[in-house]
Design a protein around this ligand. Structure first.
Ligand code: PXG
Length: 464
């Protein structure tokens, strides 16, 4: 057998990758022509690729490496757990210490009466659990017709059939027969792109009231739950108007609709509190978690469930679960991650140091001629690229053309900053220092300048 290592030439690794590896969310034919970038190692906030480039990872992997790369403690805990008990399930009236300890720790950290954890291997699986759990909850309460889950256009809740249906990404619904029945989507609170002449706060109220309209239209006896990310992540880091969440909360309370906060990105410090729900003053019945729970060092997710919902579900056998629900190695790694976060006061670092510093620098990017708005919530930020700041116009070129050009400039400047359409987004490791934030901003500014020059050269600075 050929041993494939970090030391093989990039071209050889790329050829093997192209021949055998199907990448997620990728046009694989196109990628195999170009060759994938190969990441070989990482430490702190930096990645190293097979060509020796040192890249500042302003996306924390895929919004998950909250405590940064290269923490030996997590590797050691994983090795120890693998030796002691690499696997056992939590079905059939059994359990194990890592799952017990992690559930108890999460219950301690989660607000209010969110004291019960159902484990999954990922955020997608956890949201599939949520679909089944909320529908089963209402069935057990004698209201089986309450099966509709209301979500939002441009939401991201995962990529499985269930969670992809909850999400509001039209490109995903177009493939593979999504959505499943009884999922209803309302509009998102995206003022910059969709608010027109309306003041932002009024727009926030209007978009929240679409929830009430949907409930009344569908019938209160049909609606089980509403699901949303406190701050939309994959949709483009869309920070809702301040008026939005209080109105959503009022409506959920009034009609007794279960509220599911998808905390997969916002959870575990991203917004400066353990959960985005605390930052935005939301009182969910269920929270979806994954990513930052283990800082991405091991795949684990779950649903944190209120005492009320859990006690109803406990009245019957819930015919649901995954081989890796509460996986001992992943659970041990997650626990160690949470221990480090507490011991090193990483939330304090976010609140007192990193987030205020990043906010000041990030919002100053709005002065750039290409930037229409620069928004930030804790450690997740976005900028809207526009040919006309006054009108908040999109580009005449196909959506995403300009964002892609900008992202390519970022890569060339050793910065991972993503694009969603023509919005640029960041979500760096929470441990990033002010000096590293300076580098991030310097590279982002340089990339914006180069992008602007390229748009001029290609005559792309036209409004749609
Ligand atoms: N909910 C939210 C809010 C997410 O951001 C999931 C659920 C699903 O989690 P898993 O672990 O099943 O991936 C996510 C995941 C992107 C991107 O392009 C974002 C995610 C996943 C893949 C790509 O920004 N978020």
């Amino acid at each position: 057998m050929t041993v494939i290592t970090n030391h093989m030439p990039t071209a050889e690794l790329q050829a093997l990758d192209a021949a055998h590896h199907m990448h997620p969310f990728t046009a694989n034919g196109e990628l195999s022509q170009k060759g994938a970038r190969i990441i070989t190692r990482a430490d702190g906030v930096h990645l190293t690729d097979s060509e020796g480039n040192r890249i500042l990872d302003a996306m924390a992997g895929l919004w998950c490496v909250n405590i940064g790369y290269g923490r030996d403690e997590l590797a050691e805990v994983a090795a120890r757990q693998m030796r002691e008990l690499p696997y056992y399930n939590t079905f059939f009236q059994t359990t194990h210490v890592p799952a017990i300890a992690l559930a108890a720790k999460i219950a301690e950290l989660a607000p209010g009466d969110l004291n019960n954890v159902f484990f999954a291997g990922s955020g997608s699986e956890a949201n599939d659990t949520n679909i089944r759990m909320v529908r089963h909850y209402w069935a057990l309460k004698g209201k089986p017709t309450k099966s509709v889950i209301i979500s939002r256009k441009n939401a991201y809740h995962g990529s499985s059939v269930g969670s992809g249906s909850l999400g509001g990404m039209s490109g995903m619904h177009a493939q593979g027969g999504l959505p499943i029945p009884d999922i209803h989507h309302i509009n998102q609170p995206h003022w910059w792109a969709e608010g027109g002449d309306m003041p932002e706060e009024e727009f926030g109220l209007q978009r929240a009231r679409e929830l009430e309209e949907a409930i009344l239209e569908l019938g209160e006896d049909r609606v089980a739950a509403f699901i949303a990310e406190p701050v939309q992540g994959a949709g483009g880091v869309i920070v809702p108007p301040d008026s939005y969440w209080p109105e959503i909360q009022r409506i959920c309370d009034k009609y007794e609709i279960l509220l599911i906060a998808d905390e997969v990105i916002c959870g575990f410090g991203r917004t400066g509190n353990w959960f985005g729900s605390e930052t935005l003053n939301i009182r969910p019945d269920i929270m979806t978690i994954a990513k930052g729970l283990s800082s991405g060092y091991a795949p684990i997710g779950g649903s944190i469930v209120s005492d009320e919902v859990a006690s109803v579900i406990a009245g019957d056998e819930f015919n649901h679960g995954y081989t890796y629900s509460g996986h001992p190695v992943a659970a041990a790694v997650a626990l160690e991650n949470l221990r480090i976060m507490e011991e090193e006061n990483i939330l304090g670092h976010v609140r007192d140091v990193a987030a205020p510093y990043l906010k000041e620098k990030w919002e100053a990017l709005a002065d750039h001629p290409l930037v229409g708005e620069a928004r930030i919530a804790g450690m997740m930020g976005s900028i809207a690229l526009t040919p006309n700041k006054e009108t908040r116009a999109g580009f005449a070129a196909e959506a995403g053309t300009v964002g892609y050009i900008c992202r390519e400039r970022c890569f060339a400047n050793n910065l991972v900053m993503r694009h969603v359409g023509d919005r640029m987004i960041i979500s760096p490791p929470l441990v990033i220092t002010p000096a590293e934030i300076d580098v991030l901003i310097e590279r982002a500014s340089k990339s914006l300048d180069e992008c602007y020059a390229e748009l001029k050269a290609q005559d792309l600075l036209h409004s749609a």
